[in-house]
Design a protein around this ligand. Structure first.
Ligand SMILES: Nc1ncnc2c1ncn2[C@@H]1O[C@H](COP(=O)(O)OP(=O)(O)O)[C@@H](O)[C@H]1O
Ligand SMILES: [Mg+2]
Length: 292
């Protein structure tokens, strides 16, 4: 049994005892630069407007983009909590509208070498995180890495961001293909929702979904849902330069309106279908894989 498997077992036991886990939404994509971090931040803002407490976890370890978009630089990250005795209150920085933000830090791959006590401690701490927010949004890196696939495998709810660029669609397909053959991935316990970003109108987004869904259904037998679209909105790039979310700077911008609809759709789904929750600790099991 490897570390990840041991952790999965601990997490399973804990989740049986606690069914009030925070909702975890993992935002991912096949290709970089398609709008994952923009999505994470702006749906977080919209959830806040609906009175939900939100924490964003930046698991895109290479790039510090959430902190740049947020204008909030954390002093400590997740590894400081495990190895240096820091608490969530030390590693969570508050951004606009009181949205919490945690940085995974760049040394996260070192987590694969934790001993049993450290793993137990992390799981215990992650459970604490669930009482600190209603919704936890994980912003993953792009592409088919082990860590991205593990976050997706262990999440109940995934937002897969795609743009009309051909490479964005083929990379999204490639990600789903790897997912389909991954040990531990169960189609029925992970909902994958397609967000069509940077489209010129609704129909273009819907067609993008239809095309992807057709091949994914045929060759991978994975079910995809259509979450919605975000149009090309120049205010989004302007917002990045100003280090503030578009939802905050331009409340009437088309992008802001689109994120509002998407946040509503996500919340409504919860009420409608009762997603099987796996909790935040489950989403972290991928970090316990030994890295070479
Ligand atoms: N709907 C959109 N319209 C215009 N620009 C966008 C849109 N979505 C994202 N962008 C811009 O694209 C760039 C990449 O977005 P980002 O969210 O950082 O992508 P990722 O996290 O997937 O790498 C940013 O400059 C962002 O402002
Ligand atoms: Mg990003």
């Amino acid at each position: 049994m490897d570390q990840a498997e041991k952790l999965r077992n601990i997490v399973k036991l804990q989740n049986q005892q606690n069914d009030r886990a925070a909702r975890v939404i993992t935002v991912t994509s096949g290709k970089g630069g398609v709008g994952k971090s923009s999505t994470a931040i702006n749906i977080a803002m919209q959830f806040r407007k609906m009175d939900k407490s939100v924490i964003i976890f930046d698991a895109d370890f290479g790039l510090a983009n959430i902190e740049v978009m947020f204008g909030a630089i954390p002093k400590y990250n997740l590894s400081d909590m495990i190895y240096k005795g820091k608490d969530f209150k030390d590693i969570i920085v508050k951004g606009p509208m009181d949205i919490g933000f945690i940085s995974g830090g760049s040394g996260i791959s070192g987590l694969g070498n934790m001993d049993r006590d450290q793993v137990g401690y992390l799981v215990y701490k992650l459970k604490e995180l669930e009482s600190l927010a209603d919704i936890i949004i994980i912003d993953t890196g792009a592409g088919i890495s082990d860590s991205v696939l593990e976050f997706v495998t262990t999440s109940s709810e995934v937002v897969l961001v795609t743009t009309p660029e051909p490479t964005s669609i083929t990379d999204a397909y490639a990600l789903l293909k790897s997912l389909g053959t991954r040990v531990g991935f169960e189609k029925e316990s992970t909902k994958i929702k397609i967000l069509a970003n940077k489209v010129s109108n609704y129909d273009e987004g819907r067609n993008l979904y239809n095309k992807l869904n057709l091949v994914v259904d045929k060759f991978l037998k994975i079910e995809l849902e259509f979450l919605g679209i975000v149009p090309v909105d120049n205010n989004m790039s302007k917002a990045v330069i100003q280090q503030k979310p578009v939802s905050m700077l331009y409340p009437n911008s088309p992008g802001t309106k689109a994120y509002e609809e998407i946040a509503v759709a996500l919340l409504e789904d919860r009420e409608g279908k009762d997603i099987k929750k796996k909790g935040i600790a489950a989403a972290f099991t991928g970090m316990f894989k030994k890295t070479q």
